[in-house]
Design a protein around this ligand. Structure first.
Ligand SMILES: CC(C)(COP(=O)(O)OP(=O)(O)OC[C@H]1O[C@@H](n2cnc3c(N)ncnc32)[C@H](O)[C@@H]1OP(=O)(O)O)[C@@H](O)C(=O)NCCC(=O)NCCS
Length: 159
């Protein structure tokens, strides 16, 4: 099974992070990494991370490419997986699922996290399939129920 290594974005890997691309027809489904990094710069509750294959673990300068980007938010008892994108060149190889599993592992370690949740655009069938298969189900919190464009889901088997 594919495994990922997540690490912080710094001056060494920033250019790779800004170069990550999704397919043309996915561009409306996720913010650019530049937008996400700008948000994280002004919001201390946001944690942006670069995604590598697990082969990068232990190396200060990984020789394997950056595969994607993810970002979580900690707020009001919720660990919210706010961004997930795998570069178009590395999609459908198991890295999206492996990243979600690693994010869930990390969020379960945070003492403040009582709910693990995420959201996706209504038309994003790939995300819907992925989150459903990992055990995410509709999150019935009031402000999410009638959201016009997003579906909010939370991990059912947690805590
Ligand atoms: C969604 C995304 C992160 C999935 O990453 P990935 O590495 O390609 O996914 P994986 O190979 O790990 O596949 C995991 C599951 O996702 C679902 N999935 C992934 N791509 C899919 C596609 N094109 N169509 C339908 N289901 C898909 C499947 O359920 C798949 O499981 P399976 O291989 O057993 O069928 C990736 O397509 C992406 O970056 N999309 C653009 C950005 C985006 O939509 N992000 C989510 C925002 S909420």
């Amino acid at each position: 099974m594919v495994k990922v290594h997540l690490r912080q974005i710094n001056k060494d890997n920033l250019t790779s992070c800004l170069s990550l691309q999704v397919s043309e027809n996915q561009k409306n489904l996720v913010a650019t990494t530049a937008q996400s990094l700008a948000q994280a710069y002004v919001d201390p509750n946001l944690y942006p991370l670069a995604i590598y294959d697990t082969a990068a673990c232990g190396y200060e300068q990984p020789s394997v490419p950056m595969l994607g980007f993810t970002m979580y938010e900690l707020f009001a008892g919720v660990g919210f997986i706010m961004r997930l994108m795998i570069d178009y060149k590395y999609q459908r190889q198991g890295y999206g699922r492996a990243t979600m599993l690693e994010m869930i592992r990390r969020l379960k370690l945070c003492p403040d996290v009582e709910i693990i949740a995420t959201s996706y655009c209504k038309e994003n069938q790939a995300a819907a399939n992925l989150y459903q298969s990992l055990g995410f189900r509709e999150w019935g919190i009031s402000y999410t129920i009638s959201h016009p464009t997003e579906v909010y889901v939370k991990l059912e088997e947690f805590p």
